[in-house]
Design a protein around this ligand. Sequence first.
Ligand code: A2P
Length: 330
Amino acid sequence: MRKYKLALVGATGLVGRTARKVLEEKNLPISEYAFFASSKSAGSKIIFMGNEYTVRELTENSFDEGFDFAIFSAGGETSKKYSPIAASKGCVVVDNSSAFRMDKKVPLVVPEVNPCDIKWNNGIIANPNCSTIQAVVPLKPLDDKYTIKRIVYSTYQAVSGAGKAGVDDLENGIKGFPPKKFPYPIINNCLPHIDVFEENGYTKEEIKMINETRKILGKPDLKVTATTVRVPVLNSHSESINVEFENDFNLDELKEILNNSPGIILEDDPSKNIYPLAQNANGHDEVYVGRIRRDESVPYGINMWVVADNIRKGAASNAIQIVEKLIELN
Ligand code: A2P
């Protein structure tokens, strides 16, 4: 069996550390790993699969050694500069930043939703935004069956989505220190402000959810709107998703479709207080769906509550699932 070489760029960050953990769990047919970061942490040691590795500084020559795959989680600027270099040397990059997501030549992939798009990559595959990934996993099978007409997203996003600085703001805020990353204290607060505001009053996070949903579902004209909110939760994003369909549905059948779809765990028994919770999603790769009920204000609509670990399924695990698919295709 062929063995591959994989580079992890941003190996010391929040997503990079989780990616190492997921790679250890999966034990893919990869015989060589390399871990890159900035000059700041170059030289530091990490233990991976029982062996000690030295973190290396990312340079323009880093991809001369013939990597098959690279996972990038080091921010948009690093991706913009180094992903094309890696791709030009025959490496397939799975990029966690937003740098290439809306590029028409770059597939934007959630393996449970649009695995076929992996095939037309030109050396770079984009990993969607964390809040989009967990939304499209349940939306896809519902769209296939009932045809989605309109989506309204309201998100309740964990501080880990803002990287280590976001986590620090929550942990230090509990001790009474002022925030450094967020514009206001995150303790006892909800901030309707993720990423920067655009001229139309939406934040970039909201625009990402709208545009990425359309691209992944292959419905460029789909009506989608979003309000994204940072909440004082350490990890795992929760989302209220309102969906309107073109066609009528039977609620039990709809739940059964979700129950039988890949990557979904249905947790929906209000009589027993069973519904998805951020605390329960932590450390898992599945998307948890519950509180599914008819939206009685429209002919064919539902509300649902969708929760997932934003660092795993929303970033590291989704990227590694893409690598797994690439290996299957080889
Ligand atoms: P470093 O540890 O050297 O700063 P987070 O999102 O948690 O802040 O993590 C960002 C990750 O991206 C870290 O691993 C960081 O490495 C890495 N990184 C940041 N800038 C660069 C760069 N210019 N080249 C390579 N890696 C970078």
